[in-house]
Design a protein around this ligand. Structure first.
Ligand code: DC
Length: 226
């Protein structure tokens, strides 16, 4: 069972897919984290953001793994827990450019497909329903206005102790939307057969309930579970 959840930065994909994965016992795969790991590794090795060949080569030295520890989803890069580091302002500042490199996408999409193979998975990203799993059993496009999304990210950052201003977060959201939507491969785009949920005026619980309802009423869920 493959559930694809796409949408722009700050639309609530991460929060909601975690809740749904727990409720419906699905593996939760945050595909953005794979791009963030490559961004972190490139920063650590001081690789020039324009040196696409070196960034693509570097991926062969990286082992990216997703594990659940004490009920928490953790991301490991070459054995190191980088779950927090990949959310830093530095990584967030370059990840969109990293994810626009075609060679990077080809390698990471391959990895994402391998991780999901043979499992019941909910994947969140930008191109899951259109490119990574075009035959996904359920496709959802989660949206919200840029201001609402920036406000959520800003609050999240403050709670996590990441220093920033609301204006910086909004600028970054607008910059990333533009980059994510204009990519040559894997651009953020609603799949024709995706169900849209606009979460601008909805609580987390309302969005989660709506998403759960869509999944459990799908043909694939009924076939597998009933
Ligand atoms: O969801 P996120 O903010 O952690 O994603 C980080 C970046 O990776 C974001 O700029 C978009 C990109 N991304 C992508 O291009 N394709 C995906 N499937 C997931 C994320």
């Amino acid at each position: 069972m493959i559930v694809a959840v796409d949408g722009p930065a700050g639309s609530g994909k991460g929060t909601i897919t975690k809740i749904i994965a727990n409720r419906l016992k699905l593996m939760n795969l945050d595909t953005g984290a794979t791009y963030r790991c490559v961004a972190l590794a490139s920063l650590r090795k001081n690789i020039d953001i324009n040196d696409e060949a070196q960034i693509i080569d570097e991926i062969d030295n990286l082992q990216i793994e997703f594990k659940e520890e004490n009920g928490q989803d953790r991301v490991f890069l070459n054995g190191e827990d980088v779950s927090k580091l990949i959310r830093s302002t530095e990584v967030t500042g370059i990840v969109s450019q990293i994810s626009a490199i075609i060679g990077v996408r080809l390698k990471l999409v391959d990895l994402q497909r391998k991780i999901a193979e043979g499992k019941d998975v909910i994947l969140e990203g930008r191109d899951i329903g259109t490119y990574v799993f075009p035959n996904a059993d359920v496709k959802i496009y989660l949206d919200a206005t840029p201001e609402v999304r920036a406000e959520r990210r800003y609050k999240e950052n403050i709670e996590k102790g990441i220093k920033c201003t609301f204006e910086e977060v909004l600028d970054n959201i607008n910059f990333r939307d533009k980059n994510d939507m204009s990519k040559k491969v894997g651009a953020l785009k609603k799949a024709d057969d995706a169900v849209v949920i606009d979460s601008s005026e909805m609580s987390i619980d309302e969005v989660a309930n709506k998403m759960e309802e869509i999944i459990i009423n799908s043909d694939a869920w009924r076939r597998e579970r009933c």
